[in-house]
Design a protein. Structure first.
Length: 260
């Protein structure tokens, strides 16, 4: 091996066998402008030339001055690309010409009368068969978030299409009114007169030839046609607060029975 191969070409000191330069020269060679990935140093504001963070073009002070003007320019450019003739299309917030304007009570009443009974989904309701197919196409292993079927059985029943239809039918029958506080609307829930846990126990006793772990999919298919699960007489509409009170009463009764 030649002696020149172990010396630094810049200063003549010793260097490593696999390195091109010594440590001192390598630091100088790969710093600042001499570095192969040099991109001009820290970025500066386009207006005032102050040092700013990476990824931004202007400092906060300069960007706040022209923020409104820039939004209008971008909005005009976007509308020009779309070829939209309506100048109000796509405008929102301060860019909208009606920003800050308040309608009178008479105008609000007339707008309400005009829009009553007019809904797109009222006349274009999706058929039940199509909704069922869409629901089944995203179940089980077909779902993108499938994790091996770790969901409990009673939770899987509540995610069925039949359960949602049963719940909506109860709400429509009771006119979306809580049976306890008699308040219409709000956060409504469907309450089982006979507990869901008892219905599940009866269902598993009837189909005890199937295993809950191995034949899980078969049991879910059988549950779709199990009439006690979808009996409308077994459900009532209750708001969330009243439902929590009922749960506490049931829990207190259970604890009293088990304590003796």
């Amino acid at each position: 091996m030649l002696k020149s191969e172990t010396l630094c070409p810049d200063c003549g000191n010793k260097k490593g066998l696999r390195s091109l330069r010594c440590n001192n020269c390598a630091r100088h060679y790969r710093s600042g402008i001499n570095h192969p990935n040099w991109k001009g140093g820290k970025p500066k504001c386009l207006d005032c030339w102050k040092i700013i963070k990476y990824g931004s073009k202007r400092c906060r002070k300069c960007s706040n001055i022209e923020v409104g003007h820039r939004k209008e320019v971008k909005e005009k450019q976007r509308l020009a690309k779309l070829g939209c003739r309506n100048p109000i299309f796509g405008r929102y917030g301060k860019l909208h010409p009606n920003y800050g304007m308040k309608f009178s009570e008479e105008t609000i009443r007339l707008l309400s009368i005009q829009r009553k009974g007019k809904s797109y989904w009222k006349d274009h309701k999706m058929p039940i068969e199509m909704r069922r197919k869409m629901s089944e196409s995203q179940k089980g292993q077909k779902c993108y978030n499938w994790q091996g079927g770790k969901t409990e059985f009673h939770e899987a029943l509540r995610s069925l299409f039949e359960y949602r239809e049963w719940r909506n039918a109860i709400f429509q029958r009771d006119n979306y009114i809580c049976n306890m506080c008699k308040i219409r609307g709000g956060k409504l829930q469907a309450h089982h007169k006979k507990q869901m846990a008892l219905l599940v126990i009866e269902f598993l006793k009837e189909y005890n030839q199937f295993s809950l772990l191995e034949d899980r999919e078969i049991l879910i298919r059988l549950a779709q046609n199990y009439k006690p699960f979808w009996d409308l007489d077994n459900g009532i509409t209750i708001c969330k607060n009243c439902h929590n009170k009922l749960k506490k009463e049931r829990y207190n009764e259970y604890t009293q029975k088990t304590s003796y």
